[in-house]
Design a protein around this ligand. Structure first.
Ligand code: FPP
Length: 217
């Protein structure tokens, strides 16, 4: 969900206003995914590297997370959305963590869209954690499926489509193992301006791709 800072800067506003506008996009895109019957949506909301941002921005983001879960929980329930999180959420401030945990617990029986928030998430950290967990269990002959099973995303399918907003041409430590065969879609649109229409364009482009998973045409 890249481009919040630039969106705010273009308007002469502090960066947090961009994140607030970005939260509005989160609401709209979650609703669009429900409508389109998408099964899984993972949003990269806060990376393990984002802690180096100014305190005020980090606090602002954690506050937005709290507000989001508190305000949206009723609608998430109504829309049959199952909330989950990947990343080391034990390091989140207690207020945000408690609200998130409540949202996860209360929606755990829902069967519609799986809305997965990447929070204090870093893919390399996730892979190292997986190997440490396997080592603790004394596992020696490691298969691909073992690695998948020990990642935060265990039990979730690998993404079909990865959308990056704001035109940056990099992955930024996101789901490195899981996106081995994902289709990449990069749009110059800044996240606060990203709409249902843009999502549908991305899906239409995905549908035109020929996915061969390494096979011949
Ligand atoms: C990257 O844009 C965005 C973030 C680090 C935060 C994304 C968070 C939200 C959209 C709001 C909270 C979300 C939830 C799900 C509660 P950037 O700030 O790096 O933008 P820039 O590259 O233009 O500076």
């Amino acid at each position: 969900m890249d481009g919040n800072g630039r969106w705010a800067k273009k308007r002469g506003l502090p960066r947090i206003f961009g994140h607030k506008a970005g939260l509005g996009t989160v609401r709209k895109i979650v609703e669009a995914c429900v409508k389109l019957k998408i099964e899984h949506l993972t949003l990269y909301a806060f990376s393990t590297e984002n802690w180096i941002r100014p305190h005020s921005e980090v606090n602002g983001l954690m506050n937005l997370l709290k507000i989001y879960v508190r305000k949206e929980l009723k609608d998430l329930q109504k829309n049959n959305v199952r909330l989950s999180a990947i990343g080391d959420i034990s390091k989140l401030p207690s207020g945000a963590r408690a609200e998130l945990q409540k949202g996860i617990n209360e929606t755990s029986g829902n069967t519609g869209l799986g809305l997965n928030l990447a929070l204090n998430y870093g893919s390399r950290q996730e892979i190292v954690r997986a190997f440490n967990l396997m080592a603790e269990r004394g596992m020696r002959k490691i298969e691909e499926s073992d690695i998948s099973d020990f990642l935060y995303t265990a039990g979730m399918p690998d993404p079909d489509l990865l959308i990056r907003t704001s035109g940056e041409l990099r992955i930024s430590n996101f789901l490195l193992w899981q996106i081995a065969y994902s289709e990449l879609y990069i749009t110059p649109v800044l996240w606060p301006d990203f709409s249902e229409k843009h999502l549908i364009e991305a899906i239409a482009e995905y549908q035109r791709r020929d996915r061969r998973f390494g096979g011949a045409k």
